[in-house]
Design a binder for this molecule. Structure first.
Ligand SMILES: Cc1ncc(COP(=O)(O)O)c(C=O)c1O
Length: 212
């Protein structure tokens, strides 16, 4: 019990768990003082850190904006819709032709979610044009260059494009799946992919990492 009558004391990390605080501090020091040349990694901004460490981490928001399983998602819906708009804008993609699922936890589950959506047992990933197959690109490493129009645009050729958000995009750890809105090879990619993400593979999405 503390002086102000509250029995719920919400300490900062240094007080609540100095051991963990000290490990984080050492890692921060290491990141500042060493030269890191790992292509998968980046250093995100303070603003992203702030969003990731916010109250959004408390919320469950299974489903899609306007179609949630739980109540209290009005601001999460606003956030996810904004994130979808920004993801399409970042790659100058026409929102009438393309949709995006912004919930993947990172690019590896995003890829597996795409395979879950479109592959049947014993199907193969092939060279697309020659065999009349879906064309998918994982642009995880070069998505910043795609957004800046420095390299060829996969949206001109592909049916599905996946990316991580924490590599050259320098956002929080997350993944995106872009899909054509028109039916491809008889498959409604939008519902197949959204359903593969949730409830197929993931239950919670990380709302605190949505604002990429
Ligand atoms: C091409 C490619 N896709 C996916 C991944 C894994 O991405 P994530 O860490 O977002 O799961 C990597 C990792 O570097 C990668 O190089």
């Amino acid at each position: 019990m503390i002086g102000n009558g509250s029995n719920f004391v919400d300490h900062g990390l240094s007080e609540a768990d100095p051991e963990v605080r000290s490990i984080i501090d050492k890692e921060k020091e290491r990141q500042f003082k060493s030269l890191e040349l790992i292509a998968s990694e980046n250093f995100t901004s303070r603003a992203v850190m702030e969003a990731v460490g916010s109250c959004l981490t408390n919320k469950y928001s299974e489903g899609l904006p306007g179609k949630r399983y739980y109540g209290g998602n009005e601001y999460i819906d606003e956030l996810e819709t904004l994130c979808q708009q920004r993801a399409l804008e970042a790659f100058q993609v026409d929102g009438k032709k393309w949709g995006v699922d912004v919930q993947p936890l990172s690019c590896s589950p995003a890829n597996f979610e795409v395979y879950t959506a479109i592959l049947k047992p014993h199907d193969r990933l092939m060279i697309a044009d020659a065999v009349g197959a879906f064309l998918m690109m994982d642009m995880a490493h070069i998505s910043g260059l795609v957004a800046a129009s420095v390299v060829a645009n996969p949206f001109e050729y592909c049916d599905i494009v996946t990316t991580a958000t924490h590599k050259s995009l320098r956002g929080p750890r997350g993944g995106l799946i872009f899909f054509k809105k028109d039916t491809v090879l008889g498959v409604d990619l939008e519902s197949a992919i959204n359903n593969a993400v949730f409830p197929g593979i993931q239950f919670p999405c990380r709302e605190n990492a949505l604002l990429t």
